[in-house]
Design a protein around this ligand. Structure first.
Ligand code: HEC
Length: 107
């Protein structure tokens, strides 16, 4: 039995388990500061804004948005999409944290 392998594996799992909620928490702060005003606390979207922009704002919990890859969702944040402008206050690295948080939203 390889002792090194058996002790390292649980240690790695623990690190991963501890890192995930931390990322989602950072993402939550970023989301609250930069996305909530348009997308709402749970990603439901603001009907008044959608009407004003004449666009359909899909809830961030919809299956269409869930189907976006992490990279595509991060790109919406850093490059914009359709009527949504790029969110300049969010860096590419932070966008990845926001994506982690958006995936935890419940309708
Ligand atoms: C000024 C308002 C505004 C802000 C701020 C904003 N969004 Fe958006 N977002 C929109 C609108 C409007 C759309 C729909 C764009 C379209 O379809 O033309 C959209 C679309 C999206 C989409 C694509 C949904 C789809 O149907 O493919 C994602 C993902 C998204 N936003 C995430 C975010 C995240 C995460 C943030 C914060 C970092 C954010 N948005 C900030 C207005 C905003």
């Amino acid at each position: 039995m390889n002792i090194r392998k058996t002790t390292l594996f649980p240690a790695l799992c623990l690190t991963a388990a501890l890192a995930m909620p931390a990322l989602a928490a950072d993402g939550k702060d970023l989301y609250t500061a930069n996305c909530m005003k348009c997308h709402g606390a749970n990603g439901e979207g603001k009907p008044s804004l959608a009407k004003m922009l004449k666009v359909e704002m899909r809830p961030l919990t919809s299956k269409e948005v869930k189907a976006l890859s992490d990279a595509d969702m991060a790109k919406v944040i850093t490059a914009g999409k359709g009527k949504m402008k790029a969110v300049a206050a969010v860096s590419a690295a932070q966008a990845a944290d926001v994506v982690v948080y958006v995936r935890t939203l419940k309708p």
